[in-house]
Write a protein that binds this ligand. Structure first.
Ligand code: 4NP
Length: 159
């Protein structure tokens, strides 16, 4: 079993999108038992809230329902509980490596680097922008999540 945690700032746009896509792929392939997934934010501004309505709409347009997800902040236990933690941008990566306790099991990486788009580095924050940004960000996240999912599936098969 491999466990993954996607992390952005507010946990209402980028990381719940990645979680929703990952969950969709795992369910579509009947691999719910092979993986555990979650998402979180480096900040607590939106704790307990559902994803942003524009993020929900962009996902629904591709048949992915994330309305049930609720925002939470990253917790120290996460670094022990998850095998892989994916940072949506370099700021999140720095925050996560700073928070990570010594000896924790989590492997922290930049989401787009693991997702085959190292050249892009950061998933742009769509929150303070216009509505069209959400579709672009969705596509970027879906593509990288699919790559991460396929890579982890291969790793699990090798175990
Ligand atoms: P997210 O987007 O990190 O992709 O969920 C943001 C949501 C809220 C804020 C920033 C980014 N905020 O500053 O409240």
């Amino acid at each position: 079993m491999a466990s993954v945690l996607f992390v952005c700032t507010g946990n209402i746009c980028r990381s719940p999108t990645a979680e929703g896509v990952f969950r969709h792929l795992a369910r579509a392939e009947g691999l719910e038992r092979a993986f555990a997934w979650d998402s979180a934010g480096t900040q607590s501004f939106h704790e307990g809230e559902a994803p942003d309505a524009r993020t929900v709409a962009a996902a629904l347009r591709r048949g992915i329902d994330i309305t049930d997800l609720r925002a939470r902040r990253v917790r120290p236990e996460d670094f022990h509980a998850f095998d892989y933690i994916y940072a949506m941008d370099r700021g999140h990566y720095r925050a996560l490596t700073g928070l990570c306790p010594r000896g924790a099991r989590a492997n922290i990486s930049l989401f787009l680097e693991s997702g085959g788009h190292a050249e892009l580095q950061d998933v742009p924050d769509p929150w303070g922008r216009g509505d069209d940004g959400f579709d672009i960000v969705f596509e970027m996240i879906a593509d990288a999540t699919e790559k991460i999912f396929q890579d982890l599936k291969e790793k699990e098969a090798e175990k």
